[in-house]
Write a protein that binds this ligand. Structure first.
Ligand code: ATP
Ligand code: MG
Length: 408
């Protein structure tokens, strides 16, 4: 065993896993650009308060999942557990609201949560997130959900999009009250954590994973029945837009999300294969104001890159690999050929070993070359190269001039 191991929950990503990771990331990024989102690179570290204020004190993330530490001056900092809090902080600090009527940002990077590591759950994981600041129009909600649908379709992943509305300042209090009253009647069935949530954050009881809690909340009142006029209209309009866009969705009356800042629309994409959430998001119409900015409605979602990568089956075909093998005193000519191939945009490997043809071909096979380019004294003299297709075994000789004319 190696002397050093990576820290529990922190992973090296390489090889096939990294190819899938990049494929997911590239696909999402290119789609975000089509929707006119602009990238922002946010710091990995923020003042602890940024997360406490936004995510909420009575949430799993803030109570037990954050990596918190003090700097040398004793200030409390945290590794970011998610991207929205930092994006909101940046939106306000840089006065992005002064630039455009609405602002569409995306970010990508590592997030950190002190959770129990298991398949698809790490302490350092990666998200790509999108945020739209400055509009309450349900069209945006529909577009965000449409993007989620398109991401899944493009990546060939089968998942169900679940939606719900969790109301606003006007209607949520009366729902909370109704839910608390209901929970009072079923206290005997609630887990210890939910007994605590029942008063502080009753909505969170709705998505507890403990069986007895799940059973206990089956008959609980539903938020949708308590929505105020504005929230009800928003929700109905969103659904009508999703229908217009032919986006399939399922209403889940127990969907509440684990962060306090959400309002109105919340949504998740749940993998049909593994039953886990792979993309999640929602509206947060008060957060900018609560963080000290001007009142600004907003909505966002985050894609869990590792979780989605786990579900990717087929990767797009890679660029073919050319392996250039020089024999004898031909290195000068080989260098020219290699440069030409790379100038043409070909992926090129070279043999650093001196060996006979048989050994070189074995090496090319190990490196998974699609073509080998053989360069001997004859080729150098005649200004040609010999190309062998490693899949078919076919071999042909072409002139450097032809190569220069991009015959490959
Ligand atoms: P879960 O219920 O699985 O803990 P969450 O509600 O905490 O998820 P969000 O905070 O909404 O997740 O993050 C959005 C996405 O980020 C999740 O859907 C998931 O794909 C991914 N994600 C969250 N936590 C982790 C983790 N510890 N490891 C890997 N991916 C994660
Ligand atoms: Mg979580």
């Amino acid at each position: 065993m190696a002397e050093f191991q990576s820290v529990r929950g922190f992973h090296d990503i390489f090889g096939q896993e990294l190819k899938k990771f990049r494929y997911v990331s590239d696909t999402v990024r290119s789609l975000l650009k089509l929707y006119n989102f602009e990238e922002i690179i946010l710091p990995v570290v923020e003042y602890l308060e940024v997360f406490q204020r936004s995510i909420g004190e009575v949430t799993d993330i803030v109570q037990k999942e954050m990596f918190v530490f003090q700097d040398r001056k004793g200030r409390w900092l945290a590794l970011r557990p998610e991207g929205t809090a930092g994006a909101v902080r940046a939106y306000i600090q840089n006065r992005l609201y002064a630039l455009k009527p609405y602002v569409k940002l995306f970010y990508e990077g590592p997030m950190f949560r002190y959770e129990r590591p298991q398949a698809g759950r790490y302490r350092q994981f990666h998200q790509i997130g999108a945020e739209v600041f400055g509009t309450l129009d349900p069209q945006v909600d529909a577009q965000m959900i449409e993007m989620v649908h398109t991401i899944l379709t493009k990546l060939g992943i089968s998942a169900t999009i679940e939606i719900n509305s969790i109301g606003c300042r006007v209607c949520r209090p009366s729902y909370k009250k109704a839910l608390s009253d209901y929970l009072e009647d079923v206290v005997g069935h609630l887990c210890d954590v939910c007994l605590d949530r029942k008063d502080k954050n009753p909505l969170r009881v709705l998505d507890c994973k403990v069986e007895t809690c799940k059973e206990a909340v089956k008959q609980a009142p539903k938020m949708v029945d308590y929505l105020c006029q504005e929230c009800a209209t928003h929700y109905e309009t969103l659904k009508s837009y999703l229908d217009m866009l032919s986006i399939p969705y399922r209403e889940n009356h127990h969907l509440v999300r684990g962060l306090d800042y959400y309002t109105k629309t919340v949504f998740e994409a749940v993998s049909d294969e593994l039953g886990i959430t792979i993309i999640a998001g929602g509206r947060y119409d008060y957060l900018v104001e609560e963080m000290g900015g001007p009142p600004t409605p907003a909505i966002g979602f985050a894609v869990g890159i590792e979780r989605i990568s786990m579900l990717v089956k087929d990767l797009p075909q890679e660029e073919p690999l050319y392996m250039v093998i020089p024999f004898g005193d031909t290195l000068d000519y080989a260098f020219e050929v290699i440069k030409k191939l790379r100038d043409m945009g070909k992926r090129v490997e070279t043999s650093y070993k001196k060996a006979n043809l048989k050994k070189q071909l074995e090496l090319a096979n190990k490196l998974k070359a699609d073509y080998v380019v053989l360069i001997g004294e004859d080729e150098k003299r005649q200004n040609t190269i010999t190309i062998k297709n490693m899949h078919t075994g076919m071999q042909e000789s072409i002139s450097f001039l032809e190569l220069a004319h991009e015959r490959l």
